[in-house]
Every structure is written in structure tokens, then in C-alpha cells.
Design a binder for this molecule. Sequence first.
Ligand code: SME
Length: 153
Amino acid sequence: MHPRYADVHAAIRSLCEGEDDPIALMATVACELHHSFDHFNWTGFYRVVSPGLLKIGPYQGGHGCLVIPFARGVCGAAAREERTQLVPDVDAFPGHIACASSTRSEIVVPVFDASGALIAVLDVDSDTPDAFDKDDQEALETLMAEVFAKHPA
Ligand code: SME
């Protein structure tokens, strides 16, 4: 695991201690992650607001599109498959939704609550090609479980 993740996990654990509001947790996680890694150029959540539909949640970076059906984009694939999407080249991902023309790679991690229900996806975009790897996937999946799977939405 990238050593920076250990520091970020510790900071988020401390900041979120005792908090169970999902929006407050998402805002804190997005802020801490975004400001901890220079290559995280957009960091935020899309929330499951109805069956098959995601809507934007707390994020850091340029404006993000407001609504994403599960049928579309990298976020939709992560929500539909309930599986992390590791995208080294967004131009090679069929149906990628480009909120910024500068985005080159992306990782999207499903977020589950304590009951195991999908409540959101965490989306991280980078202007750096192939910026994310299995270590990022493992660290972000662990962080999502630690923060959100303790608190039913
Ligand atoms: N790239 C995402 C859309 C969200 S914007 O990047 C913030 C996708 O393809 O689902």
C-alpha cells in the first residue's frame, strides 16, 4: 500500500470518529483524499438515489455531471457490477463520461453500507495516464468499508 494511504486512513478515522451521517462522511473522505494525492484531480461520490440511478454527492475538483444512470459510464459500471473499475486509459473505456477533457485515467469503487446495500460509488479521476493500480484499489476499498459499512445509510 502507498505509504500515504496509511496517513490518510488515520486522518479520516480520526475526523469521522462518532459520525454516522453518510453525506458528512462523504464530504470528509472526498476532501482528505483529494488533498492527499497530487494526481487525484477529481475526487467524489455518486449516490444511489433510486434503482439504477446515481446522483452527484460531495466532491472536490471541477464540476461533475449531476446524474449517471447505471447503464452509463465508469461509475455506472461500478454500480451495476458492484465491482471496482480500474481504468488506465479512459479513452479506451466504452461509454466513459468525460466531465473534464483532461482526464486520462480513473478508478471507481463501489460503496456499501453495513447491510451490504450499495449506497454510492467513489470516483477518482486523474490527468495522469494509468495513475491507479491494485494497491489503490485495495486501499480505497478498505477505506470505504471502514467508513461506510459501519453505518447503515
Ligand atoms: N467519468 C465518470 C463520470 C463522472 S465525472 O468524471 C466526475 C464516468 O464515466 O462515469
